[in-house]
Design a binder for this molecule. Structure first.
Ligand code: SF4
Ligand code: SF4
Length: 119
């Protein structure tokens, strides 16, 4: 007990090692691969991101023109961002915000006609 006393006192009067997250968030490091965003107005719903994703957390449905993403299955590797044909996918320099319910992100896009289809 007496052996521990100096350590207990030191811990008691030293600054906290933890933060009151999410109210106090750490400043993300330079180049962090954070929350994934899709500028859906520029998305062609080509499905390349869904095919490349190692976690299979992106689904593209051309019939309903929807892009679905499960942030809870995402490992934030950035492969989909590098593969995106329209450069509409990007990762923010901030971590995914905490939520109380597990819900996927569902975005409604517009199917763009290829030059062949327009003719
Ligand atoms: S960051 Fe990686 S795991 Fe997340 S959606 Fe993109 S490819 Fe999938
Ligand atoms: S790769 Fe890019 S353009 Fe193609 S479906 Fe994914 S987000 Fe949309």
């Amino acid at each position: 007990m007496f052996k521990m006393t100096p350590q207990v006192l030191q811990n008691l009067f030293s600054p906290k090692a933890t933060r009151r997250y999410p109210r106090v968030a750490r400043t993300p490091y330079e180049g962090v691969r954070g929350a994934l965003r899709n500028d859906i107005e520029n998305c062609s719903l080509c499905s390349v991101c869904a095919l490349k994703c190692p976690s299979q957390c992106i689904t593209v449905d051309k019939k309903t023109a929807t892009w679905r993403y499960d942030p809870f299955a995402c490992v934030f590797c950035g492969i989909c961002v590098n593969a995106c044909t329209e450069k509409c996918l990007h990762q923010e320099r901030a971590y995914q915000h905490p939520v109380t319910r597990r819900e996927p992100i569902l975005l409604k896009g517009t199917l763009k006609k290829t030059p062949h289809e327009k003719a």
